[in-house]
Write a protein that binds this ligand. Structure first.
Ligand code: PLP
Length: 368
């Protein structure tokens, strides 16, 4: 059992994780898992998928029960952090299917991450196949419908051969494992308090738009500091001018104007969240709202009616208060519950995910 040594754990793709932040490491029979009380932590499951890249090509890949990786001490990932990852969920729908949500977009995003980090592309079709195989093989760990828990899937890849001069590795491993995680919100989604951060997350023309481990390494100090100061999350501004809103360490922003337009910041250094892209589509095509992706000056934030963070883990996490060096912006939606538009977006998107509402073509990938 690992101890959680500071406040809620971060979960890429969802701002903060379950507020009880429990971490479990023991393996147990699927039927004995207490779904409702799982935190956001690692639990070993039965199978993971591994494919290795060597001499210019990927091998055919296979499932394995071995959860350990043995690497040379000089592996590129250890020296120069050549690694990227993805995060998505499998869950049980109302009618009993096991599905994932838009995994092709995760596969596509990982292709882009790999290119930016001079890693060989693991083709998105193979990515979806790997995810499918891992979920099928660990089907006993997919939480039942209604539990609120999900099976979190973590595909990733890294440079695996020894590199001491600064250059890309020539051998790589792609791996996908999964772990059951508990309901994101226990007892309702309480709005969080965030602060405007003095550290920057991503530089213009840098790596903010790809899901690279390095973006998280450099955000750890900022989030630990934010938690110590009593904030749930950091709001990062654009590094060049520090006037426009970008995102948090692991989730994109959505705002709602007083006339019900859904607004999300546009910038080349923001990670293209699949949840955020889906929310904009839902706003326009399901709810008939105006949706805009554009620069959002921080100055404008005090005019908004609602705000939230979006990512795979929480879908949407409502924001109640934003603190900028002592100046508090209290969103009119308050500290008790989600704002009405945020709630509609949340209900519609989770309805689509759970099969209660008809999904756009290709959004739901049925595994079985
Ligand atoms: C993963 C991630 C998100 C959320 O993306 P989803 O595809 O919605 O899970 C947002 N911001 C950052 C920095 C991320 O790494």
């Amino acid at each position: 059992m690992e101890k959680n040594n500071y406040r809620p754990q971060k979960s890429p793709g969802g701002s903060i994780s379950g507020k009880s932040g429990r971490t479990e490491e023991k393996s147990m029979a699927a039927k004995n898992i207490d779904w409702a009380n799982l935190g956001f932590g690692y639990m070993k499951t039965d199978y993971r998928y591994v494919s290795n890249y060597k001499n210019g090509s990927w091998d055919q890949g296979a499932l394995t029960t071995d959860d350990q990786i043995l690497l040379n001490e000089c592996a590129c990932v250890f020296q120069y952090a050549q690694t990227c990852f993805e995060g998505l969920k499998a869950y049980t729908t109302e009618d009993g299917h096991i599905v994932t949500f838009r995994p092709d977009l995760n596969g596509e995003r990982m292709e882009n991450s790999a290119k930016r980090l001079e890693m060989p592309v693991f083709p998105k079709e193979r990515f979806v196949e790997a995810v499918t195989k891992v979920v099928e093989a660990n089907a006993d760990y997919v939480p039942p419908f209604g539990s609120g828990a999900t099976l979190y899937i973590r595909p990733y890849m890294f440079g695996s051969d020894p590199v001491i001069g600064v250059k890309p590795a020539s051998e790589y491993q792609f791996r996908t494992f999964c772990t059951p995680v508990g309901p994101y919100f226990k007892g309702g989604a309480k709005p969080i308090t965030i602060r405007v951060c003095d550290f920057d997350r991503a530089a213009p023309h840098g790596t903010g738009h790809v899901k690279a481990g390095l973006n998280y390494a450099m955000s750890l100090h900022a989030i630990v500091d934010a938690h110590q100061q009593g904030y749930d999350e950091n709001m990062y501004l654009d590094a060049a001018t520090r006037t426009n809103v970008e995102e948090t360490g692991g989730a994109n922003f959505i705002f709602v104007t007083k006339d019900n337009t859904v607004v999300t910041p546009k910038s080349d250094s923001i990670l293209p969240s699949i949840t955020r892209r889906s929310i904009l589509y839902v706003a326009e095509h399901y709810l008939g709202l105006k949706a805009e992706e554009r620069e959002v000056p921080f100055e404008e934030v005090k005019e908004f009616a609602e705000a939230g963070l979006c990512g795979t883990a929480a879908v949407i996490s409502p924001i109640g208060k934003i603190v900028d060096h002592g100046n508090e912006i209290c969103l009119p939606s308050g500290m008790e519950k989600m704002g009405p538009v945020t709630q509609k977006l949340y209900d519609t998107l989770t309805g689509i995910q759970m099969g209660r509402i008809e999904a756009p073509q290709g959004w739901i990938h049925v595994i079985r």
